[in-house]
Design a binder for this molecule. Sequence first.
Ligand SMILES: Nc1nc2c(ncn2[C@@H]2O[C@H](COP(=O)(O)OP(=O)(O)OP(=O)(O)O)[C@@H](O)[C@H]2O)c(=O)[nH]1
Ligand SMILES: [Mg+2]
Length: 449
Amino acid sequence: MFSTDDSIVAVATPPGRGGIGVVRISGPAARDIAGAMLDHRTRLDARHATFTKVRAGEDGVADEVIATFFPSPHSYTGEHVVEISAHGSPVVLRAIVTRAVELGARLAQPGEFTLRAFLNGKRDLIQAEAIGDLIAAATPMQVRAAFDQLDGTLTSQIAEIDEELFALIARLEASLDFPDEGYHFIEPQETERHIERVLSRLDRLLAGARKGRMIREGATVVVCGRPNVGKSSLFNMLARAERAIVDETAGTTRDLVSERLDIDGLVVTLVDTAGVRQATGTVEREGVARAERAREVADLLLVVLDGSQALTEDDDQLLSRTVAHRRLVVANKSDLPAAWMHRPEPDVRVSAKTGSGEEDVRRLIARELTGEESLRDPAAVSNLRHIGLLDQARTRLAAAERLLSVGHASEEFLLADLQAARSHLEEIVGIRTSEELLEHIFSNFCVGK
Ligand SMILES: Nc1nc2c(ncn2[C@@H]2O[C@H](COP(=O)(O)OP(=O)(O)OP(=O)(O)O)[C@@H](O)[C@H]2O)c(=O)[nH]1
Ligand SMILES: [Mg+2]
């Protein structure tokens, strides 16, 4: 399904109006297609910004543009590419694309420019996915994590592991190929040492995986507690906006209210919920049911208690119902005298009224989600696809290690495990892929990327 011998075209800048808008054409005919709609008398020079005019179509649409020709292979896709920067008018950009199609280009599919970059060997699969992550990033930490992968950090770590595996496989194969000489090209103890080393490298990569995923995908944090303990006040404090209604009557919040925050580089969707109690009215009952469902999908709960009052039965019930869930117990209203010998000891005391303790809550949220005190550096692995394949590679290596530990491991069995581990690693980088996988990855991109 992937044709790469034709030329494709799309607007590469986001929809809407802007100072400039860029149309990208990639493929063998890119230079001729662009040349046919530009006023420029001579052909476009390589990597030279040419100021000229475009005339696109019978409606007389025209604009002043800068056209740049990137000859193959030194372009984004590895093919001939022309980028036409016009003024950012949707009418102009659409006319340029339409004209390019008349001249023989095809409308690009989502992610097709980056797909071509991958198919032409300009990017490996990790890097191609990182481009998607970088464009989608909502926090500087997400950009850093994506850029590291684009820069090849993960690629080279996997290549090092793969190299060691490859060398080991080669020596084991040599032993198989010359069985009569009674000579092992590699002793079992040495094989074991190599496998252990590869395993510990994989473990190091996987150790950062939870943090990496949290950085890449973000997390849902749900504020819960009985009515009136100050959930909405705490929510507003963290959102730094008066988003949710606060009132002294119990049962103020009915619906879920959510807000996206940047907590220490993490994209956190914070959700305020209705106070949990035996509700009377139908609206409040529905609110309590929604709160319950929100708790079930949360990555982290903030269980809010009123520190100025004795614990009630509702508090106790919620505490015991959430005990197995990842949670922080937050004692609010610390500006009032504490009336409560707390058990369990709260993780943090705050006053949503004065704002005291806000930094502690943020720090604890980040720590609970990532397992780290502070998020200075992104993790090497963050993509669930990569994590799954690393795990599978690890499983096969552990199996090989077990074979060795029981002694008499035949080279054939060892080799089967080691080769399987290698193929999982190759799938991460994209040395092995299927069309379905590529389709899945690139269809999540927008048109023009
Ligand atoms: N003194 C003090 N009062 C607070 C604090 N936080 C909230 N309150 C007050 O407690 C009352 C309830 O606050 P809300 O934030 O609406 O409480 P809630 O848990 O969202 O309540 P429901 O939505 O009804 O479940 C309001 O009168 C707030 O002003 C605090 O830290 N100190
Ligand atoms: Mg509320």
